[in-house]
Design a protein around this ligand. Structure first.
Ligand code: ATP
Length: 826
């Protein structure tokens, strides 16, 4: 038997056992046949040898005839003498057929197991033949009958037995018919004989005993077979148990392997995750704008077969660009790509760390870009019906921020405030104001206190629900516009800004961060949307602002020295996030439909461009208390210095005016009161702390207010002086020269005689004035050195004279003081 080399060890064991057993039984059968006279057989024949010896059936028939002579009445011998090969082959076949058939019939009549003649063919197996021979052997052993020599047995007894068996096979054979005929004759004969004599009765009885003996022998043989089977079964059971044990061990081993593989896979995933984090960190360090791409699913009822979206991997998306039967693909790389099946939670969890950094003092900007209907609002806010699972980035971000604020309560105190604006047709509106539609707000390119739109309402919030209420108010304000202007909800850029000011309780360090969450209006092709009237105007504004965004991105990508932020309100709003040290994330959205292919490709091209923009590493807006103190002190000093400069300017201008009006320098004495000799600024130079600075201010304020007759008008520092105070002063109080100064440059330009010299003076640096050939100018310049306010200020010399409008408040203050004091400053 061929052993399959691919078999496993336990299977090989089993097969080996079977082969060994079969071989042993074959050898046993061969040995017995040899003992029964088949001398041509070896005792240990191979399977093939065994079959070839028995194939003709001669050996089998002869052995059976030795046991029961005449059991096979006619044994067809070898076709000796035939020469023609075809004749030999035919005789062999006949011999094989006849002998085997006769043998099998006889064996079956004995109640012994038979086999198929084909078992002795080349492709057959000798197992059945061996079983049959060994059964015959057992049968004889049980019967303990010595094998009889041919011709010595009693054919009638055997014949009767054979007849009684009367099997179907036997009945169907022509050879058997002839045997039957013979035996019937025997039966008839014996019956007649029984009727005739007691001898026959005895004979009949002995034949019954014989029959019983045969049955007994058969029973014994079967018992032996059952024993054999039991042993075989036991062997099999042991073998199965072994196999079972081996399998359990193997399964345990496989489990271990699987565990290892799972661990390795997890490790691989971790490494991949780590790689992505590192990649993002590198991007952070380089300050690249992060770009996440999200694909909208098909709408219900749309066919999913025609999609432009090919393969989506971790950070790659392949678009099928096949057109007119030509197959094409384009792959785009981004920081992350979300497939249509990505949930809101999955999308948010990836950007969570970015959002959290706003609490550490970073400026964050997240904006959603994409074609109309591609899912921007879905990502930023969610669908119309907002549930816990469907809520968008805005709500999740706020939830997260308030959650962390709560967790950090022991170490930090945070103030969170919110602004919500929209840019509609290039006008900025405050969505949290009742008067949203009528407002036109300005955007500052250098935000003060982080407010790019300082005039928009800033509302302090304590919880997410506060913000949700505000967002609802904002939406209502947009909705007001929608009824008035026909569904403009997606026709404007909306921006929710969250301002965060945190103070570290232990160190007093201040952190300021702000987060813009921007849902841009959808880009669309005007001709495709067939927009008319207001819609056309809106579309043009949107496209203009998005194209301005494209220009800004191009300039940034090319590192141009000039970036055209001022070309649209949108780019002005985004300036701090695109050009500053902010962390910026763009969500680019695409639709999967084939008819959106053009927009999808242009959107992704733009997005790839955006991802190449390096902003420089983001910086946290952190201020330690010391820095904060120093910064405030510097600011105060600057203010004070500016005040003093304004005074200088005022006096200089006064001199100029007096000269214009023909009054000599002495005339000043009736208007200008010298400031009390003060060392306040000198002190301030060496000051370290804010309180002393304040003291200095208050001293000046106090002095001014006690010197003043109308203290209510003048009370307060120069810093707090505003246009209203200034406007409250009338010409009488200011004097003719100052009243002239109050006029706008345009007013002055119409009065040549009065403004010629002041204008010259104002626009020239001091050195130039000193070198001037104009005697009036040089006089002013010399006088300028003697101004008491400059001595008082003891600050750095001014080389550029500030403009007239800048000096007016301090000028007014100085004049008021001089007018009431009445002393000369000379
Ligand atoms: N990821 C998504 N899963 C399920 N539905 C989505 C998804 N993205 C978008 N949609 C649905 O697609 C439709 C259009 O989405 P959405 O309004 O967010 O697009 P938009 O880009 O904001 O459009 P517009 O620019 O016109 O405002 C909505 O009905 C939205 O619910």
């Amino acid at each position: 038997m061929d052993v399959d080399h691919a078999l496993k060890p336990r299977e090989i064991d089993l097969v080996t056992i079977r082969v060994e057993k079969a071989t042993a039984r074959r050898h046993e059968a061969a040995t017995w046949l040899k003992n029964m006279g088949a001398n041509e057989l070896t005792e240990t024949p191979s399977e093939e040898e065994f079959k070839s010896f028995l194939k003709s059936g001669i050996i089998l028939c002869n052995v059976l005839n030795k046991i029961y002579p005449g059991a096979v009445s006619q044994v067809v011998e070898d076709p000796a003498g035939s020469t023609a090969p075809e004749e030999v082959a035919a005789l062999c076949a006949y011999q094989h057929f006849e002998n085997l058939r006769n043998f099998l019939v006889a064996v079956q009549d004995l109640g012994l197991p038979t086999f198929e003649p084909s078992d002795l063919q080349q492709e057959g197996t000798s197992l059945g033949v061996v079983n049959c021979i060994l059964a015959l052997k057992s049968y004889i052993e049980v019967k303990k009958l010595p094998p009889k020599i041919h011709g010595q047995s009693t054919p009638s007894v055997q014949g009767r037995y054979i007849m009684r068996k009367n099997s179907g096979l036997f009945r169907s054979s022509s050879v058997r018919n002839s045997i039957l005929e013979k035996n019937n004759m025997n039966v008839d004969y014996s019956t007649k004989s029984l009727e005739m004599s007691d001898k026959d009765k005895q004979h009949s009885f002995s034949s019954k005993i014989e029959g019983l003996n045969i049955k007994c022998a058969s029973f014994e043989w079967q018992k032996g077979q059952i024993q054999d089977l039991k042993h075989g079964l036991q062997d099999l059971r042991n073998c199965m148990e072994n196999i079972g044990r081996q399998q359990i061990e193997e399964i345990a081993g496989l489990g271990k392997d699987l565990h290892e593989v799972a661990k390795a896979a997890l490790g691989y995933q971790k490494v991949m995750e780590e790689n992505r984090k590192l990649y993002n960190q590198v991007m952070d360090l380089k300050g690249n704008i992060r770009v996440y791409c999200r694909v909208r699913p098909f709408f219900p009822g749309q066919s999913r077969e025609l999609s432009t979206i090919g393969l989506i991997e971790e950070g790659k998306i392949t678009i099928v660009t096949s057109r007119n039967g030509k197959e094409g693909f384009r792959t785009f790389n981004f920081n992350k790509v979300f497939s249509p099946s990505a949930t809101q939670e999955e999308v948010f969890s990836d950007m969570r760390p970015l959002i959290r950094s706003v609490l550490d003092g970073y400026n964050i900007c997240i904006f959603a870009y994409g074609q109309t209907g591609s899912g921007k609002t879905h990502t930023m806010s969610g669908p119309n019906e907002i549930t816990e699972t469907s809520m968008g980035v805005n709500y999740r971000a706020l939830n997260d921020l308030f959650y962390i604020v709560e967790n950090r309560r022991q170490n930090f105190s945070y103030e969170i405030s919110v602004q919500m604006i929209e840019i509609y047709n290039e006008q900025v509106r405050d969505l949290l104001s009742k008067n949203a539609l009528n407002q036109k707000l300005e955007i500052r390119s250098n935000p003060q206190n982080g407010l790019a739109v300082p005039d928009a309402s800033v509302i302090t919030v304590q919880s997410t629900s506060d913000v949700i209420e505000l967002m609802k108010l904002g939406q209502t304000n947009r909705a007001v516009g929608a009824t008035a202007m026909n569904d403009r909800s997606s026709r404007s850029h909306s921006c929710l800004t969250i301002h965060i000011k945190g103070r570290e309780l232990a160190s007093g360090t201040i952190l300021r961060g702000c987060m813009h969450l921007i849902d841009l209006a959808g880009s669309e092709r005007v001709e495709k949307s067939e927009a008319r009237g207001d819609r056309l105007k809106e579309a043009q504004h949107i496209n203009k602002s998005l194209s301005a965004l494209g220009d800004v991105i191009s300039s940034l990508a090319q590192r141009s020295s000039h970036v055209p932020y001022r070309n649209s309100k949108l780019t002005q709003l985004l300036q701090g996030s695109l050009g500053g040290q902010a962390k910026t994330l763009m969500f680019v959205h695409v639709s999967p439909e084939v008819d959106a292919l053009g927009e999808t490709l242009s959107t992704l091209n733009f997005a790839e461009r955006v991802s190449s923009v390096e902003l420089g590493a983001a910086r946290a807006n952190k201020e330690s208390t010391e820095v904060k103190g120093l910064r405030e002190e510097v600011a105060h000093l600057k203010e004070e210095l500016a005040g003093k400069n304004k005074e200088n300017e005022m006096l200089r201008n006064m001199i100029a005016s007096f000269r214009v009006y023909g009054a000599g320098p002495n005339a000043l004495s009736s208007h200008v009161t010298p400031q009390p000799k003060s060392t306040k600024i000198t002190e301030a130079k060496g000051r370290k702390s804010l309180p002393s600075l304040k003291k200095s201010n208050s001293y000046t304020e106090d002095k001014l207010s006690t010197d003043s007759d109308s203290s209510s008008t003048w009370r307060g520092s120069s810093n707090s002086f505003n246009n209203n105070n200034y406007n409250a002063l009338n010409d009488q109080e200011l004097g003719p020269g100052l009243a002239a100064l109050e006029k706008q440059p345009s007013d002055l330009s119409s009065d040549n005689s009065r403004h010629t010299i002041p204008k010259m003076v104002m626009n020239k640096p001091r050195e130039k004035l000193e070198r001037s050939s104009d005697p009036r100018v040089s006089k002013i310049s010399r006088n300028h050195d003697m101004l008491p306010s400059q001595k008082f200020a003891n600050g750095p010399k001014q080389t550029v004279v500030p403009s007239r409008r800048q000096v007016t408040p301090s000028l007014a203050m100085g004049v008021k003081a001089s007018a009431t004091n009445g002393k000369s400053w000379k």
